[in-house]
Design a protein around this ligand. Structure first.
Ligand SMILES: *[C@@H]1O[C@H](CO)[C@@H](O)[C@H](O)[C@H]1NC(C)=O
Ligand SMILES: *[C@@H]1O[C@H](CO)[C@@H](O)[C@H](O)[C@H]1NC(C)=O
Ligand SMILES: *[C@@H]1O[C@H](CO)[C@@H](O)[C@H](O)[C@H]1NC(C)=O
Ligand SMILES: *[C@@H]1O[C@H](CO)[C@@H](O)[C@H](O)[C@H]1NC(C)=O
Length: 320
Protein backbone atom coordinates (compact mmCIF):
# COMPACT_ATOMS: atom_id res chain seq x y z
CA UNK A 1 0.00 0.00 0.00
CA UNK A 2 2.85 2.33 0.87
CA UNK A 3 4.55 1.61 -2.43
CA UNK A 4 1.27 2.34 -4.20
CA UNK A 5 1.09 5.81 -2.63
CA UNK A 6 4.61 6.65 -3.70
CA UNK A 7 3.73 5.54 -7.21
CA UNK A 8 0.68 7.80 -7.34
CA UNK A 9 2.67 10.72 -5.94
CA UNK A 10 5.29 10.16 -8.63
CA UNK A 11 2.69 10.15 -11.41
CA UNK A 12 0.97 13.25 -10.09
CA UNK A 13 4.29 15.01 -9.77
CA UNK A 14 5.25 14.12 -13.31
CA UNK A 15 1.93 15.33 -14.67
CA UNK A 16 2.07 18.59 -12.76
CA UNK A 17 5.56 19.14 -14.06
CA UNK A 18 4.48 18.44 -17.65
CA UNK A 19 1.42 20.69 -17.30
CA UNK A 20 3.51 23.54 -15.94
CA UNK A 21 6.04 23.12 -18.73
CA UNK A 22 3.25 23.08 -21.31
CA UNK A 23 1.30 25.96 -19.81
CA UNK A 24 3.85 28.42 -18.50
CA UNK A 25 2.38 31.10 -16.28
CA UNK A 26 0.73 33.49 -18.73
CA UNK A 27 2.37 36.88 -18.96
CA UNK A 28 1.63 40.18 -20.67
CA UNK A 29 4.03 42.78 -21.97
CA UNK A 30 4.49 45.47 -19.36
CA UNK A 31 6.27 48.54 -20.70
CA UNK A 32 5.69 51.92 -22.32
CA UNK A 33 7.02 52.85 -25.71
CA UNK A 34 7.65 56.57 -25.57
CA UNK A 35 6.80 57.04 -29.24
CA UNK A 36 8.41 58.20 -32.47
CA UNK A 37 9.61 61.52 -31.05
CA UNK A 38 12.22 59.63 -29.05
CA UNK A 39 15.25 58.02 -30.65
CA UNK A 40 18.70 56.99 -29.53
CA UNK A 41 19.65 60.65 -29.90
CA UNK A 42 17.13 61.87 -27.31
CA UNK A 43 18.04 62.59 -23.73
CA UNK A 44 15.94 60.02 -22.00
CA UNK A 45 18.36 58.03 -19.86
CA UNK A 46 17.03 57.31 -16.35
CA UNK A 47 13.67 58.80 -17.25
CA UNK A 48 10.77 57.49 -15.19
CA UNK A 49 7.02 57.40 -15.73
CA UNK A 50 6.76 60.51 -13.55
CA UNK A 51 9.01 62.36 -16.00
CA UNK A 52 7.17 60.98 -19.03
CA UNK A 53 3.66 61.83 -17.91
CA UNK A 54 4.69 65.06 -16.23
CA UNK A 55 2.88 63.87 -13.12
CA UNK A 56 -0.46 63.92 -14.94
CA UNK A 57 -2.92 61.56 -13.29
CA UNK A 58 -4.63 58.67 -15.02
CA UNK A 59 -2.27 58.43 -17.95
CA UNK A 60 -1.17 54.85 -18.40
CA UNK A 61 2.57 54.41 -18.09
CA UNK A 62 4.61 51.33 -17.21
CA UNK A 63 8.32 51.06 -16.68
CA UNK A 64 10.61 50.12 -18.30
CA UNK A 65 10.33 52.96 -20.81
CA UNK A 66 11.26 51.79 -24.26
CA UNK A 67 12.74 53.85 -27.07
CA UNK A 68 13.74 52.52 -30.46
CA UNK A 69 16.81 53.66 -32.36
CA UNK A 70 14.89 55.43 -35.09
CA UNK A 71 11.57 56.09 -33.37
CA UNK A 72 9.76 53.18 -35.00
CA UNK A 73 7.52 50.73 -33.13
CA UNK A 74 9.62 48.59 -30.86
CA UNK A 75 10.22 45.02 -31.93
CA UNK A 76 8.19 43.15 -29.32
CA UNK A 77 9.82 39.83 -30.25
CA UNK A 78 13.20 41.32 -29.50
CA UNK A 79 11.91 42.65 -26.18
CA UNK A 80 10.34 39.31 -25.27
CA UNK A 81 13.53 37.45 -26.13
CA UNK A 82 15.97 39.76 -24.39
CA UNK A 83 13.97 41.46 -21.64
CA UNK A 84 11.04 39.04 -21.27
CA UNK A 85 10.96 38.86 -17.47
CA UNK A 86 11.72 42.54 -16.97
CA UNK A 87 9.25 43.91 -19.49
CA UNK A 88 6.29 41.65 -18.68
CA UNK A 89 3.83 40.99 -15.87
CA UNK A 90 2.21 37.77 -14.62
CA UNK A 91 -1.38 37.61 -15.77
CA UNK A 92 -3.72 36.90 -12.88
CA UNK A 93 -7.05 35.17 -13.39
CA UNK A 94 -9.69 37.46 -14.91
CA UNK A 95 -7.08 40.00 -15.92
CA UNK A 96 -6.35 40.82 -19.53
CA UNK A 97 -3.36 41.98 -21.48
CA UNK A 98 -4.10 45.55 -22.49
CA UNK A 99 -2.49 48.04 -24.86
CA UNK A 100 -3.25 51.77 -24.63
CA UNK A 101 -2.17 53.81 -27.62
CA UNK A 102 -2.36 57.62 -27.93
CA UNK A 103 -2.76 59.22 -31.35
CA UNK A 104 -2.51 62.88 -32.29
CA UNK A 105 -3.98 63.86 -35.65
CA UNK A 106 -3.86 60.23 -36.68
CA UNK A 107 -0.20 59.76 -35.81
CA UNK A 108 0.84 57.52 -32.97
CA UNK A 109 2.18 59.33 -29.90
CA UNK A 110 3.07 56.47 -27.55
CA UNK A 111 1.84 53.08 -26.44
CA UNK A 112 1.65 51.27 -23.11
CA UNK A 113 1.37 47.51 -22.62
CA UNK A 114 0.16 46.18 -19.27
CA UNK A 115 -1.83 43.61 -17.29
CA UNK A 116 -5.09 45.06 -16.13
CA UNK A 117 -8.61 44.27 -15.05
CA UNK A 118 -10.91 45.81 -17.62
CA UNK A 119 -14.51 46.60 -16.77
CA UNK A 120 -17.07 48.13 -19.12
CA UNK A 121 -19.51 50.85 -18.05
CA UNK A 122 -21.97 48.17 -16.94
CA UNK A 123 -19.37 46.79 -14.53
CA UNK A 124 -18.90 43.61 -16.57
CA UNK A 125 -15.43 42.24 -17.14
CA UNK A 126 -14.26 43.05 -20.64
CA UNK A 127 -12.20 40.31 -22.20
CA UNK A 128 -11.10 41.28 -25.66
CA UNK A 129 -11.53 43.83 -28.39
CA UNK A 130 -10.41 47.38 -29.16
CA UNK A 131 -12.08 50.59 -27.97
CA UNK A 132 -11.41 54.03 -29.42
CA UNK A 133 -12.01 57.37 -27.71
CA UNK A 134 -11.73 60.62 -29.70
CA UNK A 135 -11.18 64.01 -28.04
CA UNK A 136 -10.43 66.73 -30.59
CA UNK A 137 -7.20 65.86 -32.30
CA UNK A 138 -6.40 63.26 -29.68
CA UNK A 139 -7.46 59.67 -30.02
CA UNK A 140 -6.86 56.90 -27.51
CA UNK A 141 -7.20 53.37 -28.60
CA UNK A 142 -7.35 50.59 -26.03
CA UNK A 143 -6.86 47.03 -27.09
CA UNK A 144 -7.46 44.13 -24.76
CA UNK A 145 -5.50 41.32 -26.23
CA UNK A 146 -6.59 38.15 -24.51
CA UNK A 147 -8.26 36.78 -21.47
CA UNK A 148 -6.79 34.12 -19.29
CA UNK A 149 -9.67 33.71 -16.88
CA UNK A 150 -9.68 30.03 -17.71
CA UNK A 151 -5.96 29.49 -17.14
CA UNK A 152 -6.71 27.24 -14.15
CA UNK A 153 -9.13 25.16 -16.23
CA UNK A 154 -6.61 24.73 -19.04
CA UNK A 155 -4.07 23.70 -16.46
CA UNK A 156 -6.37 21.19 -14.79
CA UNK A 157 -7.31 19.69 -18.14
CA UNK A 158 -3.63 19.26 -19.01
CA UNK A 159 -2.98 17.45 -15.74
CA UNK A 160 -5.97 15.16 -16.36
CA UNK A 161 -4.96 14.43 -19.94
CA UNK A 162 -1.47 13.61 -18.77
CA UNK A 163 -2.77 11.32 -15.99
CA UNK A 164 -4.97 9.43 -18.42
CA UNK A 165 -2.09 9.05 -20.81
CA UNK A 166 0.32 7.85 -18.11
CA UNK A 167 -2.23 5.36 -16.79
CA UNK A 168 -2.65 4.03 -20.30
CA UNK A 169 1.14 3.85 -20.69
CA UNK A 170 1.38 1.96 -17.42
CA UNK A 171 -0.69 -0.86 -18.90
CA UNK A 172 1.45 -0.96 -22.05
CA UNK A 173 4.51 -1.79 -20.02
CA UNK A 174 2.82 -4.64 -18.15
CA UNK A 175 4.21 -7.98 -19.27
CA UNK A 176 1.09 -9.98 -19.96
CA UNK A 177 3.06 -13.15 -20.66
CA UNK A 178 3.05 -15.78 -18.01
CA UNK A 179 4.36 -19.29 -17.56
CA UNK A 180 1.88 -22.13 -17.83
CA UNK A 181 2.55 -25.80 -17.19
CA UNK A 182 0.60 -28.22 -19.33
CA UNK A 183 0.64 -31.94 -19.53
CA UNK A 184 -1.42 -34.57 -21.28
CA UNK A 185 -2.63 -37.43 -19.15
CA UNK A 186 -4.51 -39.79 -21.46
CA UNK A 187 -4.23 -39.64 -25.25
CA UNK A 188 -6.12 -41.92 -27.64
CA UNK A 189 -7.30 -41.69 -31.24
CA UNK A 190 -10.34 -43.28 -32.84
CA UNK A 191 -11.33 -43.64 -36.45
CA UNK A 192 -15.00 -42.75 -36.79
CA UNK A 193 -17.33 -41.54 -39.50
CA UNK A 194 -17.63 -37.77 -39.41
CA UNK A 195 -21.24 -37.56 -40.51
CA UNK A 196 -21.10 -33.79 -40.47
CA UNK A 197 -18.39 -33.60 -43.14
CA UNK A 198 -18.60 -36.70 -45.33
CA UNK A 199 -19.22 -40.45 -45.20
CA UNK A 200 -15.49 -41.06 -44.80
CA UNK A 201 -13.95 -42.10 -41.54
CA UNK A 202 -11.84 -39.40 -39.95
CA UNK A 203 -9.51 -39.34 -36.98
CA UNK A 204 -10.96 -38.12 -33.70
CA UNK A 205 -8.53 -37.51 -30.85
CA UNK A 206 -9.36 -37.74 -27.19
CA UNK A 207 -7.19 -36.37 -24.46
CA UNK A 208 -7.26 -35.27 -20.89
CA UNK A 209 -4.85 -32.67 -19.63
CA UNK A 210 -3.38 -30.98 -16.58
CA UNK A 211 -3.03 -27.22 -16.57
CA UNK A 212 -1.36 -25.08 -13.97
CA UNK A 213 -0.83 -21.32 -14.18
CA UNK A 214 -1.29 -18.16 -12.15
CA UNK A 215 -2.83 -15.31 -14.11
CA UNK A 216 -3.83 -13.09 -11.20
CA UNK A 217 -1.14 -10.46 -11.87
CA UNK A 218 -2.67 -9.80 -15.31
CA UNK A 219 -5.62 -8.06 -13.72
CA UNK A 220 -4.51 -4.45 -13.58
CA UNK A 221 -7.00 -1.56 -13.53
CA UNK A 222 -7.61 -1.84 -17.26
CA UNK A 223 -8.37 -5.56 -17.49
CA UNK A 224 -12.05 -6.46 -17.42
CA UNK A 225 -11.79 -10.14 -18.21
CA UNK A 226 -9.54 -12.78 -19.70
CA UNK A 227 -10.58 -15.16 -22.40
CA UNK A 228 -8.36 -18.26 -22.13
CA UNK A 229 -8.14 -20.92 -24.78
CA UNK A 230 -6.12 -24.06 -25.27
CA UNK A 231 -5.18 -24.98 -28.82
CA UNK A 232 -3.55 -28.01 -30.36
CA UNK A 233 -1.28 -27.34 -33.32
CA UNK A 234 0.15 -29.91 -35.71
CA UNK A 235 1.11 -30.30 -39.34
CA UNK A 236 -0.13 -32.96 -41.71
CA UNK A 237 0.42 -33.77 -45.35
CA UNK A 238 -3.05 -32.27 -45.96
CA UNK A 239 -2.44 -28.98 -44.18
CA UNK A 240 0.68 -27.06 -43.30
CA UNK A 241 -0.83 -25.97 -39.98
CA UNK A 242 -3.81 -27.41 -38.20
CA UNK A 243 -5.07 -25.44 -35.25
CA UNK A 244 -7.85 -26.84 -33.10
CA UNK A 245 -9.32 -25.12 -30.07
CA UNK A 246 -9.87 -27.81 -27.44
CA UNK A 247 -10.93 -25.87 -24.39
CA UNK A 248 -11.64 -22.32 -23.30
CA UNK A 249 -12.57 -20.37 -20.20
CA UNK A 250 -13.53 -16.83 -19.27
CA UNK A 251 -12.09 -15.40 -16.07
CA UNK A 252 -13.85 -12.27 -14.86
CA UNK A 253 -12.14 -9.61 -12.83
CA UNK A 254 -12.25 -10.65 -9.18
CA UNK A 255 -12.56 -14.36 -9.94
CA UNK A 256 -9.88 -16.84 -9.00
CA UNK A 257 -7.13 -16.65 -11.60
CA UNK A 258 -4.89 -19.30 -10.06
CA UNK A 259 -5.59 -22.36 -12.14
CA UNK A 260 -4.63 -25.89 -11.22
CA UNK A 261 -6.65 -28.37 -13.25
CA UNK A 262 -6.01 -32.09 -13.16
CA UNK A 263 -7.05 -34.63 -15.75
CA UNK A 264 -9.45 -32.24 -17.49
CA UNK A 265 -11.56 -33.26 -20.45
CA UNK A 266 -11.49 -31.09 -23.54
CA UNK A 267 -14.59 -29.02 -24.23
CA UNK A 268 -14.54 -29.39 -28.01
CA UNK A 269 -13.99 -32.33 -30.36
CA UNK A 270 -10.50 -32.86 -31.72
CA UNK A 271 -11.34 -33.78 -35.32
CA UNK A 272 -8.76 -34.12 -38.04
CA UNK A 273 -10.05 -33.65 -41.60
CA UNK A 274 -8.42 -36.94 -42.62
CA UNK A 275 -6.30 -39.50 -40.87
CA UNK A 276 -3.65 -37.14 -39.62
CA UNK A 277 -3.83 -37.92 -35.91
CA UNK A 278 -2.97 -41.59 -35.71
CA UNK A 279 0.72 -41.97 -34.93
CA UNK A 280 1.33 -38.22 -35.09
CA UNK A 281 4.39 -37.63 -33.00
CA UNK A 282 4.38 -33.88 -32.54
CA UNK A 283 1.16 -32.16 -31.52
CA UNK A 284 1.71 -28.98 -29.52
CA UNK A 285 -0.65 -27.72 -26.84
CA UNK A 286 -0.60 -23.94 -26.33
CA UNK A 287 -2.44 -21.77 -23.84
CA UNK A 288 -3.35 -18.29 -25.10
CA UNK A 289 -5.50 -15.49 -23.81
CA UNK A 290 -7.23 -12.37 -25.03
CA UNK A 291 -7.31 -9.53 -22.59
CA UNK A 292 -10.64 -7.73 -22.68
CA UNK A 293 -9.75 -4.23 -21.49
CA UNK A 294 -11.92 -1.47 -20.10
CA UNK A 295 -10.34 0.80 -22.69
CA UNK A 296 -7.65 0.59 -25.30
CA UNK A 297 -5.77 -2.27 -26.88
CA UNK A 298 -6.91 -5.85 -26.93
CA UNK A 299 -3.76 -7.91 -26.79
CA UNK A 300 -3.68 -11.56 -27.69
CA UNK A 301 -0.97 -13.30 -25.71
CA UNK A 302 0.52 -16.77 -25.58
CA UNK A 303 1.67 -18.33 -22.39
CA UNK A 304 5.30 -19.21 -21.99
CA UNK A 305 5.50 -22.97 -21.93
CA UNK A 306 3.93 -25.45 -24.31
CA UNK A 307 3.53 -29.16 -24.26
CA UNK A 308 4.13 -31.58 -27.11
CA UNK A 309 2.66 -35.05 -27.20
CA UNK A 310 2.18 -38.03 -29.50
CA UNK A 311 -0.86 -39.93 -30.60
CA UNK A 312 -0.68 -43.71 -30.38
CA UNK A 313 0.05 -45.59 -33.57
CA UNK A 314 -3.12 -47.67 -33.20
CA UNK A 315 -6.78 -46.71 -33.10
CA UNK A 316 -8.52 -47.49 -29.90
CA UNK A 317 -11.64 -49.63 -30.18
CA UNK A 318 -12.99 -49.16 -26.71
CA UNK A 319 -15.46 -46.49 -25.77
CA UNK A 320 -13.93 -43.34 -24.31
C1 LIG B 1 21.74 56.34 -33.27
O1 LIG B 1 21.53 55.29 -34.24
C2 LIG B 1 21.97 55.62 -35.55
C3 LIG B 1 21.63 54.44 -36.43
O2 LIG B 1 20.29 54.11 -36.29
C4 LIG B 1 23.48 55.87 -35.52
O3 LIG B 1 23.91 56.25 -36.81
C5 LIG B 1 23.79 56.95 -34.49
O4 LIG B 1 25.20 57.09 -34.38
C6 LIG B 1 23.22 56.61 -33.13
N1 LIG B 1 23.45 57.69 -32.20
C7 LIG B 1 23.88 57.48 -30.93
C8 LIG B 1 24.02 58.69 -30.09
O5 LIG B 1 24.13 56.35 -30.51
C1 LIG C 1 21.40 57.50 -14.40
O1 LIG C 1 21.40 57.30 -12.97
C2 LIG C 1 22.62 56.83 -12.45
C3 LIG C 1 22.45 56.65 -10.95
O2 LIG C 1 21.15 56.39 -10.60
C4 LIG C 1 23.74 57.85 -12.74
O3 LIG C 1 24.98 57.35 -12.26
C5 LIG C 1 23.81 58.09 -14.24
O4 LIG C 1 24.76 59.11 -14.52
C6 LIG C 1 22.47 58.52 -14.78
N1 LIG C 1 22.55 58.62 -16.23
C7 LIG C 1 22.05 59.68 -16.89
C8 LIG C 1 22.26 59.69 -18.38
O5 LIG C 1 21.46 60.57 -16.33
C1 LIG D 1 1.38 59.62 -24.42
O1 LIG D 1 0.92 60.64 -25.23
C2 LIG D 1 -0.11 61.43 -24.63
C3 LIG D 1 -0.57 62.43 -25.67
O2 LIG D 1 0.49 63.11 -26.24
C4 LIG D 1 0.46 62.13 -23.39
O3 LIG D 1 -0.55 62.87 -22.77
C5 LIG D 1 0.98 61.06 -22.44
O4 LIG D 1 1.60 61.64 -21.34
C6 LIG D 1 1.96 60.16 -23.16
N1 LIG D 1 2.28 59.07 -22.27
C7 LIG D 1 3.53 58.75 -21.94
C8 LIG D 1 3.71 57.63 -21.02
O5 LIG D 1 4.49 59.37 -22.38
C1 LIG E 1 -10.56 66.33 -23.97
O1 LIG E 1 -9.32 67.01 -23.90
C2 LIG E 1 -9.35 68.23 -23.09
C3 LIG E 1 -7.98 68.91 -23.15
O2 LIG E 1 -7.21 68.46 -24.22
C4 LIG E 1 -9.74 67.92 -21.68
O3 LIG E 1 -9.86 69.06 -20.93
C5 LIG E 1 -11.05 67.13 -21.65
O4 LIG E 1 -11.35 66.67 -20.34
C6 LIG E 1 -10.98 65.90 -22.55
N1 LIG E 1 -12.24 65.22 -22.59
C7 LIG E 1 -12.38 63.94 -22.35
C8 LIG E 1 -13.75 63.38 -22.41
O5 LIG E 1 -11.41 63.21 -22.06
Amino acid sequence: MHRYNIFIALILGTCTFIAVAQNPVPRCFDFTWLGPRFTNESVFMNATCQDATRMANGIPCREPLVVSYDGSWPDVHYIWKNYGQHASCVLANNDVCAQFTYYFNGHVENSTYMCTRAVDNMGQAVTSGCYTQVNGSFTTRTCLLLTRGNAILTYTLSVLACLTFLCFLSTLTVDYRTAAQMNTVKVVVKNVPDYGASRERNDLGFLTFDLKTDLSHLFNWNVKQLFLYLTAEYTTTNNELNQVVLWDKIILRGENAVLDFKNMNTKYYFWDDGNGLKGHNNVTLTLSWNIIPNAGLLPNIQAIGQHSFKFPTDYTQTKV
